[in-house]
Design a protein around this ligand. Sequence first.
Ligand SMILES: O=C(CO)COP(=O)(O)O
Length: 253
Amino acid sequence: MRRPLIAGNWKMNGSKADSVDLLNGILAGAAEIMRADIAVCPPFPYLQIAEQALGGSAVFWGAQDVSNETSGAFTGQVSAQMLADFGCHFVIVGHSERRLFNAESDDLVARKYAQAMAHGLTPILCVGETLEEREGGQTEAVVARQLDAVLQTSGVDGIAKGVIAYEPVWAIGTGVTATPAQAQDVHAFLRGRIAAQGQDVATRVRILYGGSMKPDNAQELIGQADIDGGLIGGAALKAADFLAICRAGDQNG
Ligand SMILES: O=C(CO)COP(=O)(O)O
């Protein structure tokens, strides 16, 4: 049985004060969630606030990106070691917004994934197709390519140490959610592809869904056989909504 994970990706939102409020709001309800893991991924500058607020609680925290380099002259980048230093458990890699706006290639994402693991972080690898790719019948080819880049670099044992998030690009921030059946199909495909290299890993690895997951659709999505939680954007910015999704995870745990 895979323990559900509900992870909030705050993206580039909020202030210091907002972050404190949101974390306190989440903490107020988190203790009731016994059968699911909860995580938040604030912007880099607010990681220390997360560490202070969440240290000693059951809520994990993580970052939204990491450098593929270890240290040195890489202006503006943040290393995996620095994230570990702030107590991060998770780090998101390969989010579609980074692939799109920062031109991140599959190869770069695979190196970020490896770098995260090398410093004891748990990478959350995002994969997902655009609307054009879906309409062109390319969904499986695209997510396979994105997954394979990491499989080639880190092996199936590397996949075992991370989390995968299927985030169809057309569902992110649009209010258009993949139907539970559409999402389940892709999750099953991804799990099958991992199973071809290691059945045990495929059985254990968590595959989250992301893309307009809200309190009113979370239960049905997380109820699918191969959906093990959610990576939440907009709804992670309101403690009540995020906690409602956490409860949906709890009910499936
Ligand atoms: O991109 C996402 C999480 O990483 C999903 O964002 P939304 O929940 O706002 O669609």
